[in-house]
Design a protein around this ligand. Structure first.
Ligand SMILES: CC(C)(COP(=O)(O)OP(=O)(O)OC[C@H]1O[C@@H](n2cnc3c(N)ncnc32)[C@H](O)[C@@H]1OP(=O)(O)O)[C@@H](O)C(=O)NCCC(=O)NCCS
Length: 341
């Protein structure tokens, strides 16, 4: 019997083959991190619907690599529309049993073609690296990508040691006179919406981005609500804590809890406005959200976060809370035309 030829086909989040496309990701995630529950079909589909709907802050497209009727590879391209309009974010995965046969290379070639057609001149990809020399890293190096940012993954086993948390809280309270802690879930209160948008813009300029070819993002209340609604549609709840100064939101932290696999939460963004640093507000809001999590999701067993090693204040807060290193994640970029082929 002859080997079927590889076909790349476009598909959308509501197509029959989409579950098989998601299964490529699930198999990849399980191969890389057997202890982590893979993202659900609902999560991928909700993101996919945002990308194919019009009027949002980004759009994008999906391709499946098919051998006969079997989906063996998956590609997603995401195009920011409000800023970073020269960039395409690329996700590529190949079913572990079908690797080293050129399928990943064919999907990257397709990504390059699609990105160029969309007027994008830089591709950015994220690679999870549980250990050294992951297939993703070796593949990216082979294709001429450059590593722009390396972050350490840290995991915190729950429940947090009470003495540690109480010490972090007491220290933060002593240093943060004049600031008030607020918490919310999924949707920031209306009166703090504009401040939350400013904080998100600062995330894009003040958080370390290494050599990633990204520019400042443009956020407003509408874009915050779009992403909040998307998180809910993806089956996540987001627990947030913030610090107020004279009624204005000057710091926040987000913790994402996937409702289908709530035993494993993911740290989202944390930011303290530059002009309010030095008051232990990062520790204050992180401790507050941990208290909220313990009440709302007592069965959550793990929180994962990612930090640049050079980001000393954030690493120090996480170390004080008991986070332990668990591999790395890296961001890579490619300018079409610079690949060796
Ligand atoms: C990275 C990934 C997409 C590669 O898929 P693939 O179909 O195996 O890729 P290809 O067969 O096109 O590999 C092309 C070249 O990359 C290099 N490469 C890929 N995987 C490698 C590995 N495990 N070890 C060493 N080199 C590797 C080789 O040079 C290979 O050519 P060769 O097989 O002729 O030696 C796949 O391993 C995967 O899904 N990984 C997890 C997801 C991920 O990290 N995605 C991010 C990629 S930017």
């Amino acid at each position: 019997m002859s080997t079927p030829t590889l076909r790349l086909v476009e598909l959308g989040p509501d197509d029959d083959a989409f579950a098989a496309w998601c299964a490529v990701w699930a198999a990849t995630e399980q191969a890389d991190r057997p202890g982590d529950a893979p993202r659900t079909v609902d999560d991928h589909a909700a993101l996919g619907r945002q990308l194919v709907a019009s009027g949002g802050s980004r759009d994008g497209t999906h391709r499946a690599a098919l051998l006969g009727d079997d989906v063996v590879g998956a590609l997603r391209l995401l195009y920011p529309l409000r800023d970073n309009t020269s960039v395409a974010f690329v996700d590529v995965a190949v079913y572990p049993a079908h690797r080293r046969r050129g399928i990943g290379g064919a999907l990257v070639a397709e990504a390059l073609r699609l990105a160029a057609a969309a007027g994008r001149t830089e591709l950015i990809a994220e690679i999870d690296e549980p250990g050294p020399d992951t297939p993703g890293r070796l593949f990216a190096l082979r294709h001429g990508w450059s590593c722009d940012l390396l972050e350490t993954r840290r995991d915190l086993a729950l429940p947090v040691d009470e003495a540690r948390l109480a010490a972090v809280e007491a220290d933060a309270r002593r240093a943060s006179g004049g600031y008030e802690v607020v918490t919310w879930r999924d949707h920031v209160p209306d009166e703090l919406l504009d401040d939350r948008a400013v904080l998100e813009e600062r995330m894009s300029t003040d958080a370390p981005h290494g050599d990633m070819p990204v520019e400042a993002e443009r956020w407003d209340g509408e874009r915050i609500r779009e992403i909040e609604d998307l998180n809910v549609a993806r089956g996540r709840t987001v627990l947030s804590a913030g610090a107020l100064h004279d009624g204005r939101l000057v710091a926040f932290t987000d913790l994402h809890v996937p409702l289908a696999t709530s035993e494993h939460a993911r740290q989202g963004a944390t930011l303290v406005l530059r002009e309010h640093r030095g008051h232990r507000l990062g520790a204050l809001v992180k401790a507050a959200v941990l208290r909220d999590l313990a009440t709302a999701f007592p069965r959550t067993r793990l929180i994962t976060t990612y930090n640049l090693e050079g980001n000393a204040p954030m690493v120090a807060v996480n170390a004080a809370l008991g986070f332990e290193p668990a591999g790395q994640t890296s961001m890579w970029s490619l300018r079409p035309g610079s690949a060796p082929g």
